[in-house]
Design a protein. Structure first.
Ligand SMILES: Cc1cc2nc3c(=O)[nH]c(=O)nc-3n(C[C@H](O)[C@H](O)[C@H](O)COP(=O)(O)O)c2cc1C
Length: 226
């Protein structure tokens, strides 16, 4: 049964204030990942909470979708040899890792509520080089590394003594093997096919700028209706 009071409560909540950054799509750079880096730096400078938290959406071989939050690890802009990419890290034997093996395409979403900004990215997913995965894993806190080594992400977890035993043995393993990196720890990169920037504005004049990849390696730009 619909709860009208919850509906009214939700409707009464404010969304965006007027104190949001300006966005002039005419002045936007030709490469959307340059604009992403600009927005990211601006979010960090403005003290946005967890500006590097992003949602990764995947789909399995039968098209079943799922989404989860991950940390953004890097944004590389395009060079003469390499297209630009957006990077994250996770386990290849996790549900998302299995989705990406079956269907190496993904959508990413960054949302900076304090600035009324959203960035949507969709593209093809590749494995990063092994040394990037290794650096990423070794930069993690030893306790986080032990958790990865003790368990299998998203599988049911034991409790009580069994959990304590497995964690203690993983912590000891990390202490004795400080440079060990499991094969399943992967850096992944998304090479975008499209990137859309959304900016709230006073008087609800939201701006949406969509970049779509062209066949010759460039970008086509469109303003979209909000
Ligand atoms: C803010 C935040 C950051 C996270 N960062 C990561 C990350 O970088 N890598 C990761 O594997 N999981 C990360 N997680 C956990 C994932 O959201 C998710 O629970 C886990 O990866 C299992 O996903 P899966 O079952 O879809 O494979 C993060 C969760 C939150 C809330």
């Amino acid at each position: 049964m619909a709860d009208e009071s919850l509906r009214d409560l939700l409707r009464s909540l404010p969304v965006f204030g007027d104190d949001v950054p300006e966005f002039d799509p005419e002045a936007a750079p030709a490469d959307p990942l340059e604009l992403l880096v600009e927005w990211l730096r601006r979010a960090i400078e403005a003290g946005v909470s967890q500006p590097h938290a992003m949602v990764l959406a995947t789909a399995d071989a039968s098209g079943h979708p799922s989404a989860r939050t991950l940390l953004l690890k890097d944004v590389t802009t395009s060079t003469a040899d390499e297209p630009g990419a957006v990077w994250f890290a996770s386990l290849s034997d996790s549900p998302k890792g299995r989705d990406l093996e079956a269907n190496p395409r993904a959508a990413l979403l960054l949302y900076w509520r304090e600035q009324g900004r959203q960035v949507r990215i969709s593209g093809s997913v590749f494995h990063g080089d092994r040394d990037v995965s290794e650096r990423d894993f070794l930069a993690r806190h030893p306790a986080a590394r032990a958790t990865v080594l003790a368990g299998r992400q998203s599988e049911p977890m034991p409790s009580g003594d069994e959990l304590e035993r497995e964690m203690a043995s993983a912590r000891e393993f990390v202490a004795v093997n400080p440079n060990f990196v499991p094969d399943t720890w992967r850096s992944y990169l998304v090479q975008p096919h499209s990137v859309e920037f959304w900016q709230s504005a006073p008087r609800r004049e939201q701006r949406r700028l969509l970049y779509s990849a062209t066949e010759n390696g460039g970008w086509h730009r469109d303003m979209l209706w909000p």
